[in-house]
Write a protein that binds this ligand. Structure first.
Ligand code: NAD
Ligand code: MG
Length: 399
């Protein structure tokens, strides 16, 4: 079976009203998910909302959606959120540990994992451990510890439904394909704001320019990852775990228009593509409502309008993050975890104007060379690897 989720008889997937927990509700994915839910109040109820530092938005969301529980993981914001919701029945939790505890609670059926970065790993594992359906936006979870996450999901009979647009596309292409063999998948990449640029240009690129993505409006971290092509590297590793693929079955192609969201080539050479205008609400609503599709009024792609869809090979000599991620994909073990940790440190340093655009790749490469390789890490070894890689990468900034 290419993808186990199609064989799930999970009653939750077919329940009338799904009880939703949005981990990372104040982010780009989280807020768009709340728009989808607001438009479909009979299909979904909001039971849990979590935010890291944006207490004000969390309060506003809580007042509007009346969840059972909210978590503010930044302790400093706890009292403010607690006071603001004191006249309601909403329970307020504070601190990072609360994320794992609430993820385990029997107050919801489906988690939208929309925290950014490594911070999403533990709450997602806690949800899987407790049998929750996972709609996964947080790709870093699979990059860091994909084998452990997917194995746990298998043991607990938990569906992991992709939200990332490329993976949602592949997921949709695989429906009805049962045991048919995949020859390869083609992940499309827009190329980001610096498509066609060379290192002599990139060396001077500044934060605000790098944050301007041509086709998508997203959180800061993924916007930078898209500009460096690390996002596509992370997505290769995400795809490997989601769809149980060999590294050499995963290909990346630049498609600047972002109309084809990704493709699957089967072993007869036939190719299926999933298409549409670039709008994250579509894969979000697809994942939340799966296996149903829900009608909406989003703008439609019109083939009659003059338009050209183009494809080209990525320039991996300029965007070396893709080469580094490919190395991590093929070598496996704790190397993707190292890559991810170093990249998180690098991106946040770039966002604070501490390092240059090309320094990000340098930092990831040096950290990958430094941290000892472990072929089959335990969860503790992944956590340890993440900590070591972060502290080594951070030490490079001070120099
Ligand atoms: P974002 O920065 O806009 O939002 C992140 C959310 O996570 C916020 O609610 C924030 O409060 C929370 N958060 C941040 N750090 C945290 C921490 N340490 N502990 C707990 N919570 C924390 O990010 P986003 O763009 O919405 O992306 C979320 C995830 O979805 C990422 O993994 C990203 O790669 C993935 N994704 C995003 C898009 C997109 O269009 N934005 C598309 C595909 C995949
Ligand atoms: Mg994507």
């Amino acid at each position: 079976m290419n993808y186990r989720v199609f064989s799930f008889q999970s009653s939750i997937l077919h329940s009338m009203t799904k009880r939703i927990a949005i981990f990372g509700s104040t982010g780009s994915i989280g807020t768009q998910a709340l728009d989808v839910i607001a438009a479909n109040p009979t299909l979904f109820s909001v039971e849990v909302l979590t935010a890291h530092t944006n207490g004000d938005l969390l309060i506003e969301q809580a007042k509007k959606f009346n969840p059972n529980i909210v978590v503010i993981s930044d302790d400093k914001q706890y009292q403010k959120v607690k006071d603001a919701l004191s006249s309601t029945h909403i329970k307020v939790f504070g601190g990072e540990e609360s994320l794992n505890e609430v993820a385990a609670m029997d107050v919801y059926d489906l988690m939208l994992a929309a925290i950014v970065g490594y911070a999403g790993l533990k709450p997602t594992l806690s949800a899987i451990e407790n049998g929750k359906v996972i709609c996964l936006a947080n790709k870093e979870t699979l990059v860091v510890a994909g084998d452990i996450v997917m194995q746990k999901a298998f043991e607990k009979n938990v569906p992991v439904i992709p939200v990332d647009s490329e993976h949602s596309a592949i997921f949709q292409c695989l429906i009805g394909e049962g045991r048919n063999k995949i020859e390869k998948i083609v992940l499309t990449a827009s190329g980001g704001p610096f498509l066609g640029r060379k290192p002599n240009y990139l060396v001077n690129v500044k934060r605000d320019h790098a944050l301007q993505h041509p086709n998508w409006t997203m959180g800061a971290k993924i916007s930078i990852d898209s500009a460096t092509l690390m996002n596509k590297g992370l997505e290769m590793i995400e795809a490997k775990w989601l769809f149980n693929l060999q590294p050499d079955q995963i290909q990346v192609v630049i498609h600047p228009q972002s109309i084809i969201h990704s493709m699957v080539m089967f072993d007869d050479g036939s190719i299926k593509a999933q298409m549409g205008l670039p709008d994250m609400k579509l894969p979000i609503q697809y994942a939340l409502a799966f296996p149903q599709r829900i009608p909406n009024q989003f703008p439609r792609y019109d083939f009659r309008k003059p338009n050209t869809l183009t494809f080209e090979e990525p320039d991996v000599k300029t965007f070396r993050n893709l080469t580094l991620a490919t190395e991590a994909l093929f070598k496996g073990g704790n190397l993707p975890c190292v890559l991810n940790a170093a990249n998180e440190i690098a991106v946040y340093a770039f966002l604070r104007n501490r390092i240059g655009f090309l320094d990000m790749t340098e930092m990831v490469e040096q950290t990958m060379q430094k941290i000892p390789f472990i072929a089959s890490p335990t969860l503790d070894e992944y956590l340890q690897t993440d900590a070591e890689a972060r502290s080594f990468a951070a030490s490079l900034i001070q120099m």
